[in-house]
Design a protein around this ligand. Structure first.
Ligand code: IFM
Length: 478
């Protein structure tokens, strides 16, 4: 057995998101988000699941915080729900805001650092009706909402994240349509990405104006889901080009504006002739936007699950091997989220999780090194990492050794990157508990804690007990 130490003060946590756990979708003045609408679209969600009840966290919050304490979590990453706090994207709803104020107090009383994300995909439907993230005005509505939350909780919450995985909001939401709002409008995904980034920049600017600085103990950042891209066949130029395009529309479309203040030229080339409402996506970028978007950040949140190994079409493999993923999909998830599409993800032979996401911890190490080398990013927090598994609750226990192994392997890779000088300061498991996994509904379990959706009973899995010890000892024994 080898033992590896983490730096003193390394932050251990678990993450969840409002829509995935809260339920209570009509409570205390909340109005529908794009996901409340989307779950009702036939074929949008596997098995027709909805998040109307989810984990009932809205009503069970104090017990859930007690559970976090029991698991030795030093921090809890949660998101605030825009449609609860500003229903229909309008003025503040005190009852909705109070929930997050109580949650913050409960966490602080338990000695748990609140790590707040302002946007984890639940745009008020009323704003989508006005164009959603393809409408520039949504960025300004986001700022209004975000400042409402900051004014209410800024006295107690120090760590602020603008967006979670804006790639999903933009490209799954507006290009592939596999996520809410389900629009399949090609290059609209890039327009949405720009407006998401603009909303981020507007908040960071206002946060700093109000004195949010490290000297005041305040920190602001964004969470991305960058991927490590390798061509399926490095000797096949078309695959190398597929990898470049995927990297462009997954990673660089966010990293370049955030950390270099510009969009890379190849994005324009790859979208030549593609218009959204008669305009190129670049026409939506106004003077001053990139300065705002590239305001310095205190941290970068990184969510990582697997790398990506694209091959260009046409590809002479068996058709079944060309599917992007082998797991059961909802019917709407077949379209490429990348403008122009044209590539696929054949099997690479790597081991997979129960639901077939490839396991490649070294891709995680290489990604972290790349972020440091190519973008000189601020300190990194791993804000999500974890594995879905077909867990079975038996005699009051869930023996999820594969999840523990997945996390151990990724922590090992993260420590390797840290040994190469990458500044990683914390790690949050996705997820605290099983929850509503978007288009997959309840078919995918990611939690450290098992949720029985019939009774709402919570049972810490073996991985939770192991993680609690790891967090307490601040050391990995493998
Ligand atoms: O459940 C999601 C989360 O909301 C965002 N990141 C990926 C997770 C697992 O798919």
């Amino acid at each position: 057995m080898t033992t590896r130490e983490f730096p003193p003060g390394f932050l251990w946590g678990a993450a969840a998101a409002a829509y995935q756990i809260e339920g209570a979708v009509d409570a205390d003045g909340r109005t529908p988000s794009i996901w409340d609408t989307f779950v009702k679209v036939p074929g949008a969600i596997l098995h027709g699941d909805t998040a109307d009840v989810a984990c009932e966290h809205y009503d069970r919050m104090p017990q859930d915080v007690a559970l976090m304490k029991q698991l030795n979590l030093a921090s809890y990453r949660f998101s605030t729900a825009w449609p609860r706090i500003c229903p229909d994207g309008g003025p503040v709803n005190k009852a909705g805001l109070d929930f997050y104020s109580r949650l913050t107090d409960e966490l602080l009383a338990a000695g748990i650092t609140p790590w707040l994300t302002l946007y984890h995909w639940d745009l008020p439907q009323a704003l989508e009706d006005d164009g959603g993230w393809t409408n520039r005005d949504t960025a300004y509505r986001f700022l209004d909402y975000a400042m409402t939350v900051y004014d209410a909780l800024g006295d107690r919450v120090d760590h602020w994240t603008t967006h979670n995985e804006p790639w999903c909001s933009a490209f799954m939401g507006y290009t592939s349509g596999g996520h809410a709002p389900g629009r399949q409008e090609g290059v609209a995904g890039v327009v949405a990405a720009h407006h998401l980034l603009l909303g981020h920049g507007l908040f960071v600017d206002e946060f700093r104006r109000r004195g949010g600085t490290a000297d005041d103990g305040k920190a602001v950042g964004i969470t991305l889901n960058p991927t490590m891209v390798d061509p399926f066949d490095a000797d096949r130029p078309a695959d190398v080009d597929a990898a470049r395009r995927l990297d462009g529309f997954h990673n660089r479309v966010f990293l370049d504006p955030l950390f270099r203040g510009r969009y890379a030229d190849d994005l324009a080339g790859d979208t030549e002739g593609m218009l959204f409402r008669g305009r190129r996506w670049q026409d939506f970028v106004q003077d001053g936007d990139l300065e705002l978007i590239s305001s310095p950040l205190d941290f970068l949140g990184v969510n990582f699950y697997h790398g990506d190994v694209p091959a260009a079409l046409p590809y002479d493999a068996e058709p079944d091997a060309l599917l992007g993923s082998r797991i059961e999909h909802s019917p709407r998830q077949r379209r490429s989220p990348y403008p122009g599409g044209g590539f696929v993800f054949p099997r690479t032979g790597l081991p997979t999780t129960d639901r077939d996401w490839e396991i490649d911890p070294d891709a995680f190490r290489r990604l972290l090194v790349r972020l440091r080398d190519a973008y000189a990013v601020p300190p990194i927090y791993i804000t999500e990492n974890g594995a879905m598994a077909d867990d079975v609750l038996e005699d009051g226990a869930v023996h999820d050794a594969a999840r523990q192994q997945y996390i151990e392997q990724h922590l090992g890779a993260m420590l390797d990157a840290m040994a190469e000088g990458v500044d990683v300061r914390g790690y949050f498991v996705w997820s605290l508990m099983d929850n509503f996994e978007w288009s997959y509904g309840y078919a995918h379990r990611f939690g450290l804690v098992h949720v029985d959706y019939g009774t709402q009973a919570r049972t810490p899995k073996d991985s939770a007990l192991w993680f609690a010890e790891l967090a307490a000892r601040n050391r990995l024994c493998q």
